[in-house]
Design a protein around this ligand. Structure first.
Ligand code: ADP
Ligand code: MG
Length: 139
């Protein structure tokens, strides 16, 4: 388990970049945290560390955004709007979890699984207006 205490969005992005350096093709990350915790800021830093230079926004309505960088492709899911009755076959999430690139999933609680072996959990907790605790662990 690794922990960061950040005091700004920049520091949260830097923490994500550190973890990105330890990820490889096929890594799946469940990204936990309340609304406004900083999940999308974290993904911004993560994708930038893999060489992506475009815009990173929460795929709340489209569910999936993909970022191509020199260091690999990031599949960025946001399952916030999904309900329990979602047809997971249609969504194709399982395919992505098995596929290439690196997958980051916001609101992973919405997906019943199965998750792949070796999945990472990253949890962001608010500790103040600009304070965040970020905990990352595998398994
Ligand atoms: P989420 O995706 O978890 O809903 P966002 O990343 O979209 O959250 O938004 C986080 C908000 O909190 C942004 O407005 C960001 O500027 C602000 N913020 C303040 N301090 C931090 C911090 N230490 N880390 C990340 N975001 C922070
Ligand atoms: Mg978000």
């Amino acid at each position: 388990m690794k922990t960061w205490n950040t005091a700004s969005p920049e520091e949260t992005r830097a923490a994500a970049a550190e973890l990105a350096a330890a990820c490889r093709e096929g890594t799946v990350i469940r990204l936990h945290g309340d609304l406004g915790a900083g999940k999308t800021q974290w993904v911004k830093g993560f994708a930038a560390a893999l060489g992506f230079t475009g815009e990173v926004t929460s795929p709340t309505f489209s569910l999936l955004h993909e970022y191509e960088g020199k260091g690999g492709t990031v599949h960025h899911w946001d399952l916030y709007r999904l309900e329990a009755k979602t047809d997971w076959e249609v969504l194709d999430l399982a395919e992505h979890l098995d596929g290439d690139g690196i997958t980051v999933v916001e609101w992973p609680e919405r997906y019943p699984g199965p998750w792949p072996d070796g999945v990472w959990d990253v949890r962001i907790t608010m500790t103040g207006p600009e304070g965040r605790r970020i905990e990352a662990g595998q398994g």
